[in-house]
Design a protein around this ligand. Structure first.
Ligand code: ZN
Length: 196
């Protein structure tokens, strides 16, 4: 049981915990792939989200970074919150729980709940959400998923912007990146509309 906070660990202990966390997530997601044509291994996503936080958001709070690496394990694999708490502590479990959708609910309801809940989650959870959306929207800008129309992709951007609006005032760098993504997507979509 991990009773000590990641914030209180020595440099060596923290490095070990980060690697343990990446290994844990890789094993949990080992059979999953991203929904792109290449079928990229799913683990690229949580690791990429953590890297957006450190490299682009200048976020170095270990609770946030570990939570980012684990953020989809409970939602998308058999991982339980108890397991997360046992291995990575109560603070990480709390942040992961704040960014985990209840998959027993219908998809439309879950999407609405993300909009409703985002203003009320912790600062740490908002950081994970900002970076998660940056990663997913960049993916969507690079390639529209198989079976998606331009309208569906545009609706996704509009929904993501509503979720992000609830997380504003958290990290100016990450929010500026998102604003740029939303502005360029709107321009691209206008072009599609006027050319058709
Ligand atoms: Zn994610």
């Amino acid at each position: 049981m991990m009773t000590i906070s990641p914030k209180e660990l020595s440099k060596e202990q923290l490095l070990s915990l980060i690697i343990k966390c990446a290994d844990f997530a890789a094993k949990k997601h080992k059979t999953q792939k991203r929904m792109n044509r290449e079928g990229t291994p799913y683990i690229n996503h949580p690791l990429g989200v953590a890297k957006i936080l450190t490299e682009e958001g200048d976020v170095h709070d270990p609770v946030v970074i570990i939570s980012a690496i684990l953020h989809d394990t409970v939602e998308d694999t058999e991982t339980t919150f108890e397991e997360i708490e046992q291995e990575f502590g109560a603070e990480v479990k709390l942040v992961v729980s704040e960014v985990t959708d209840d998959k027993t609910l219908p998809k439309m309801e879950r999407k609405q709940l993300q909009i409703d809940h985002s203003p009320h989650i912790s600062h740490e959870a908002k950081l994970v959400k900002l970076a998660d959306k940056i990663y997913n929207l960049r993916d969507l800008q690079a390639e529209v998923p198989i079976g998606w129309t331009a309208e569906r992709a545009h609706e996704y951007f509009k929904w993501a912007e509503q979720v992000i609006n609830g997380c504003r005032g958290t990290n100016a760098r990450l929010e500026a990146i998102l604003d740029e993504i939303f502005a360029s997507e709107r321009m691209e979509y206008e072009k599609i509309l006027t050319s058709s």
